[in-house]
Write a protein that binds this ligand. Structure first.
Ligand code: GLY
Length: 370
């Protein structure tokens, strides 16, 4: 709950200022009969960037006031992108194997049927806004690397030499010392060593087990049934430079169908690239599934397609976490995950309705990661 608003005034502000319709517009809640909702990964109800509101609270408030849904969601995730305390996204996101912060993001606007994305973008704290500029200022859906940075510069974004913070740089140094004591390992050993270094850092409390893949996804629906979504990330910690995850790939880390709903993800991006999970979930919604059933179906698909031994645990289940945040155009929602707990951490998601922001446990396919 925003500290400046108690629950009653939050509800009143939402209902009077927004859900009842912005000035000059018909009462929106009656127009489509939808109760607005915003869902996000759990960092969406944690970081405030020095302000009073979290991602889901800010996004919901703006949607309730009648602002464009995608603009509201992006304003929400900007809080996490800009907050150095969130080392999974934007400024201070955990860097790649060379110590360089490379960011991915995508946005989709349901009513306008438009989308934009950037991948491997360096130097811009808010990749979600660059993704929106790709959507609005170009005929394309995805710009990458140096081209994405040049485009951002041309669009007036500040381009910085380095997005590391002391936190992200120190964690990278810790990882580098563990993985590269002799400056060289062959590729097979390097993969094993990189995994071992990540695991050791988690075990030593140096790395949040749910931040290895970083990311915030945030999806929302307005009282008019307008659905949008955004996903933004610094990606897999210590990734090979140039690695692109699921976040900027439409259908993988984000999919929105303006008539149906939205789904996005955090966790192992490669699982979503292989299964186009977010698109699968929204197509499930189109076929009449609930948000919960649609998400669970994608988790089962991922489990079935995870056949490589290195990716399975002793029980034969995926050895990684992957979560989905789902809304439908009628205001239904769900937060689902492969595991209910992961390496001792409860897996949660963020939500905001007219009752205010909250953090809830996910619905899990498998109760506990062993
Ligand atoms: N899901 C974020 C990533 O894999 O990059």
């Amino acid at each position: 709950m925003p500290s400046s608003l108690d629950r009653r005034s939050f509800v009143r502000a939402s209902l009077v200022a927004g859900v009842a319709g912005a000035v000059g517009q018909a009462p929106a809640v009656r127009a489509a009969g939808v109760r607005p909702v915003v869902v996000a990964s759990s960092n969406g109800n944690r970081h405030k960037n020095g302000g009073t509101q979290t991602t889901v609270a800010l996004a919901f408030e703006r949607i309730a006031k009648g602002e464009d849904v995608l603009d509201a969601l992006i304003a929400g995730v900007n809080l996490c992108e800009l907050d150095p305390a969130d080392d999974s996204v934007g400024y201070g996101g955990l860097p790649n194997a060379d110590g360089v912060v490379q960011l991915d993001a995508s946005v989709m606007h349901g009513p306008r049927r438009r989308a934009g994305a950037v991948a491997c973008l360096e130097g811009v704290r808010t990749p979600s806004l660059v993704a929106k500029a790709v959507m609005e200022q170009t005929d394309h859906h995805l710009l990458v690397g140096a081209g994405a940075q040049l485009f951002a510069r041309q669009m007036g974004f500040a381009v910085e030499a380095d997005l590391n913070t002391e936190n992200s740089r120190k964690k990278w140094l810790d990882w580098k010392r563990r993985i590269d004591p002799e400056h060289y390992l062959d590729p097979a050993q390097r993969e094993v060593a990189a995994d071992a270094a990540r695991e050791a850092m988690i075990a030593h409390g140096r790395l949040d087990p749910l931040h290895v893949y970083g990311t915030i996804n945030c999806n929302g629906v307005s009282a008019r049934g307008e659905v949008c979504g955004v996903t933004t990330t610094s990606g897999l910690a210590w990734k090979i430079p140039g690695r692109v995850g699921d976040s900027p790939i439409l259908g993988a880390g984000l999919w929105v169908d303006g008539e149906v709903g939205a789904a996005g993800s955090t966790g192992r991006g490669e699982a979503n690239l292989y299964n186009l999970s977010s698109h699968l979930i929204v197509e499930n919604l189109r076929r009449g599934m609930s948000c919960l059933d649609a998400g669970m179906d994608a988790l089962r698909r991922i489990r079935a397609n995870t056949v490589e031994k290195r990716l399975r645990n002793a029980q034969g289940n995926p050895a990684f976490y992957v979560n989905f945040y789902v809304v439908d155009a009628k205001g239904g929602f769900a937060g689902v995950s492969m595991y209910g707990t992961y390496k001792g951490r409860k897996v949660e998601y963020a939500l905001c309705t007219e009752h205010g922001p909250e953090t809830r446990p996910v619905e899990a396919l498998i109760p506990e990661h062993p």
